[in-house]
Design a protein around this ligand. Structure first.
Ligand code: 5GP
Ligand code: ZN
Length: 124
């Protein structure tokens, strides 16, 4: 079968790093939590502010989002955190890597909130 752009993003929740964080089995610096969404600091920050916003439910990647309302929830948490952290004036970047060619390494949907420095365009 020909390789597809979603190859490599399917995984089960059992051995998922972000599920471990959601379930409290792995430590993380948590900044926001509600019944559906969790946000925590990236372990290897690529900017002075680097936060990951994830659904508590295991969703492997952007292509696997079946409920469009999930995007509203993730984006609204990103907006609130950006305001709370004072990022709105200088700006911030939201990134969703989906699949191996985009650089997705953790197969649990996450929105990167990056701020505190300038970012290039187009991205590398
Ligand atoms: P991706 O490359 O999949 O878009 O982003 C995955 C992100 O998760 C990376 O920025 C990486 O640094 C972060 N990450 C990987 N493992 C852990 C972890 O155990 N804890 C936290 N807080 N972040 C992690
Ligand atoms: Zn997961």
């Amino acid at each position: 079968m020909a390789p597809s752009c979603t190859d490599g993003v399917n995984s089960l929740p059992g051995n998922c790093v972000f599920c471990e964080i959601v379930e409290g089995r792995r430590k993380a610096a948590i900044l926001y939590e509600d019944p559906e969404v969790l946000a925590f600091r990236d372990i290897l920050p690529q900017a002075p502010t680097h936060i990951l916003i994830v659904p508590k439910e295991h969703v492997p990647s952007a292509v696997a989002v079946s409920d469009p309302d999930l995007w509203s929830k993730l984006m609204d948490v990103a907006r609130k955190l950006a305001l709370e952290l004072g990022c709105e004036d200088k700006g911030y970047r939201l990134v969703v890597n989906s699949g191996p060619q985009a650089g997705q390494t953790i197969p649990h949907l996450h929105v990167h909130l990056l701020a505190g420095r300038s970012f290039r365009w187009p991205p590398g």
